[in-house]
Design a protein around this ligand. Structure first.
Ligand code: IPD
Length: 264
């Protein structure tokens, strides 16, 4: 079997197991264990336990691969790197909102080749293997096409630091009057899967980390969306924009003059 297909099976299997563990162990009101970039950027005990479970499963089958995880950072080096967000949408997880996900991707030589996003409370596992399409419950996903800016439902998200948020709110003030409406789901990986599934038409956000977009970005791309940064740059923590061609360019041209990559 082709290596990327094997990676596809592994990311899905591990994301499913991690999701089951989280559902079984999630207390009614999870406690905040620590904060990171700001007092609202939280870590719960289950973020850490889940990442440990995922790391141990990866090491059992692929002991020599590198792993980058939201909670544990980077370990190892080599051509193959796993990119893990044990709970994307931690604030939703904390509040009991049904929009949080386990996100796992595999990168080979810097290119994401397999990804799984398990939106656990909804029981939805989105998967993709590079060149093999994006899938949900046996159905091939296709993003919406031909949607003009003024009819586009656009998802976005906000960082945790107040200066960045002030700019993000300012940008939003220019976008909202130009589109159908805005959605703020609270989990970037799930937002990207929503583009893949045609549940929103586009998505943009400044300041994501690779664990937020690696798996979801592949899933959106395999569903036919364009995923990138601004001014022809690739998708990066600087900026992530995702939509079918046509809307991608319209959103890009609306956003670029607003200088959305600044934090003050
Ligand atoms: C966050 C979520 C959120 C996005 C933030 C991310 P976390 O990830 O994906 O939707 O707006 O930029 O940091 O902290 O819940 O893993």
């Amino acid at each position: 079997m082709e290596t990327r297909v094997i990676f596809g099976h592994l990311v899905e299997e591990i994301a499913r197991e991690a999701g089951e563990m989280l559902l079984a162990k999630r207390p009614a009101r999870p406690e905040v264990l620590a904060t990171k970039s700001s007092p609202t950027d939280v870590v719960t005990a289950l973020d850490r336990a889940c990442e440990e479970l995922i790391r141990s499963r990866i090491k059992a089958v692929r002991p020599d691969d590198a792993i980058l995880g939201e909670e544990g950072g980077e370990a190892g080096e080599g051509r193959v790197r796993w990119i893990v967000d044990p709970i994307d949408g931690t604030v939703n997880f904390l509040y009991g909102l049904p929009e949080w996900a386990v996100s796992i991707a595999v990168e080979v030589d810097g290119e994401v080749v397999a990804g799984a996003v398990n939106v656990v409370p909804r029981g939805e596992v989105f998967t993709a293997v590079k060149g093999g399409g994006a899938w949900l419950a046996g159905e091939r996903l296709r993003c919406n096409t031909g949607v003009p800016l003024e009819r586009a439902l656009v998802a976005t998200g906000f960082g945790y630091e107040s200066g960045r948020r002030r700019v993000q709110a300012e940008i939003l003030g220019h976008v909202l009057p130009r589109v159908r409406d805005i959605r703020r789901g609270g989990a970037a990986s799930s937002d990207l899967c929503s583009v893949a599934a045609g549940r929103v038409d586009g998505y943009y956000e400044r300041g994501l980390n690779p664990w937020d977009y690696a798996a979801g970005g592949l899933i959106a791309a395999e569903a036919g969306a364009r995923v990138g940064g601004l001014s022809g740059r690739p998708n990066s923590p600087g900026f992530t924009l995702c939509a079918a061609s046509g809307l991608f360019e319209e959103l890009h041209d609306l956003l670029l003059p607003l200088d959305p990559e600044r934090d003050a």
